[in-house]
Write a protein that binds this ligand. Structure first.
Ligand code: CAO
Length: 447
């Protein structure tokens, strides 16, 4: 055992400050810079860090004590731990070798030779008091008291002003202070709520209504797919700011070509559908606008651009919506894609689709063209950043500038929903314009 007494370091203008929280207990292993306790003055709260690693042997403080620079905090057993130098920049002697037999010593802390800075240099930035947000966060004018370590813990869980904020949590500590356990308890309670009351969104709870009071009812359990996809769709709708760009593509020539190929395709055992051509057109557009073939990195700081082209398609099954993924669409011809579309759709409807056939997609197509409708707003299949909805193609009079006459053209409605955090409106319009161009002249798909 190699015991060292750890003293409160020079904490600048803080003097006789109250300990509001002790974050360690005997037996705890500390790393250098781990918080030992939180003190609070009338200005701000501040965590006091360990100068180096060790195991807490004995605490010399308790909540409510008033401490200043030099007050003993604890005995740290540094045997086996790398002591090294106290936290970088430390100038004050904050430790003293200690033998249990010796009379307790209070290390001599020399007064600073120059006026103490407001925030001492040896307190690492994450422990420095933040006078604005140090111990209170406001929502609706109501301050929420919590120590920096609790606020940091809460922030790591996504609780911060601008999102769900601390003032939503009831503190159980002295004077209503929010403790770590309060944050944990709150998160637990939020997760247990129905999705309509999702964390911190401030939705009023959905009313619980007994519909039987108004007439006869039947209750059916939701399918497993509906429950899973429902939760994902809800999260995607709420978390990704959606914009939907509508457009129309002239597919008159493409449909003529497709129909001319149906017999040949049929001989090869393929049902050549419009969707197969759309897959090729989409990959062409993804190559031209790579920000659509991307995902936001989990840290929200980077965009991950993908150099592969796996395209998913929404498939309506008796149990609900599933999204099989066709891999490497760029390397496949239209016939191969059509064949795979049919195979995957069949597997999906027979509930035989394997998990890996539904993962890794870069972009999704959702076709309601076989059913009807003129436009819709598809929900992005996050973490993808865009989805293309196809509605029913219809014959429309389109003005031909050259012949100065209206001509009947088969127009395919496109509904592109994109994540506005990643894609600008101008790029959304460019993407659908590019698709129009590709689809209006099928030869371009070969380029
Ligand atoms: N305009 C006009 N006709 C269309 C069309 C369109 N955009 N798309 C398909 N059709 C026609 C087809 O040519 C076919 O006609 P024939 O039987 O005469 O050849 C008929 O409609 C049926 O097509 P289909 O929908 O079965 O085949 P598909 O390849 O176009 O689509 C699939 C396959 C799996 C996408 C589709 O079956 C499906 O499940 N669609 C629903 C997707 C969905 O639910 N999306 C909503 C999700 S919410 O975002």
């Amino acid at each position: 055992m190699s015991l060292k007494e750890i003293l409160v370091p020079d904490i600048g203008s803080f003097k006789d400050v109250e300990i509001i929280e002790i974050l360690v207990k005997p037996g705890d292993s500390l790393k250098a810079d781990d918080s030992i306790m939180t003190v609070e003055s009338d200005k701000a709260a501040m965590d006091i860090p360990a100068p180096f690693a060790g195991t807490v042997a004995e605490l010399k403080i308790k909540v409510g004590d008033k401490v200043s620079a030099g007050t003993p905090m604890l005995l740290l057993d540094t045997a086996g731990a790398s002591v090294g130098n106290p936290v970088a920049g430390s100038s004050a002697p904050v430790v003293k070798s200690f033998t249990p037999a010796a009379t307790p010593v209070v290390a001599n802390v020399p007064p600073p030779s120059h006026p103490a800075p407001e925030v001492p240099a040896h307190i690492p930035p994450k422990h420095r008091p933040d006078p604005v947000a140090a111990h209170a966060e406001f929502a609706g004018g109501k301050p929420a008291h919590a120590s920096p370590s609790v606020r940091r813990f809460a922030r790591e869980l996504g609780i911060h002003p601008g999102g769900a904020d601390l003032s939503l949590i009831k503190g159980s500590g002295p004077r209503g202070r929010i403790l770590k356990e309060d944050v944990q308890g709150w998160i637990k309670a939020e997760l247990a709520k129905p999705t309509g009351e999702a964390i911190g969104l401030g939705f009023p709870p959905a009313p619980v209504i007994d519909f039987a009071q108004f007439g006869e009812i039947d209750t059916q359990p939701l399918s497993r797919i509906k429950k899973l996809s429902g939760a994902n769709l809800h999260r995607n709708w709420v978390t990704a700011p959606h914009v939907t760009q509508f457009d129309e593509a002239d597919i008159t020539d493409l449909e003529d070509f497709r129909k001319s190929m149906l017999d040949e395709a049929s001989k090869r055992g393929v049902k050549l559908t419009l969707l197969a051509f759309l897959m090729k057109a989409v990959v062409n557009a993804l190559r031209t606008y790579p920000q659509f073939n991307a995902s936001l990195a989990a840290d929200g700081e980077n965009l991950v651009l993908k150099n592969y082209f796996h395209v998913g398609f929404a498939c309506d099954t008796p149990d609900g919506l599933v999204v099989p993924v066709i891999r490497d669409v760029n390397k496949k011809d239209v016939m191969d894609i059509a064949r795979e579309l049919a195979e995957l759709s069949e597997l999906a409807r027979e509930r035989k689709l394997k998990m890996d056939a539904m993962t890794g997609g870069c972009f999704t197509l959702s076709s309601l063209g076989g059913i009807g409708g003129t436009a819709f707003t598809p929900i992005i299949n996050c973490p993808e950043v865009a989805i293309l909805g196809l509605s029913r193609a219809d014959w429309k009079p389109v003005w031909n500038k050259a012949s100065k006459a209206f001509e009947p053209r088969l127009m395919l409605p496109l509904s592109l929903s994109y994540d506005h955090r990643v894609i600008d409106g101008a790029d959304g319009a460019r993407f659908t314009s590019h698709l129009r161009l590709m689809l209006s002249d099928v030869r371009r798909l070969l380029l």
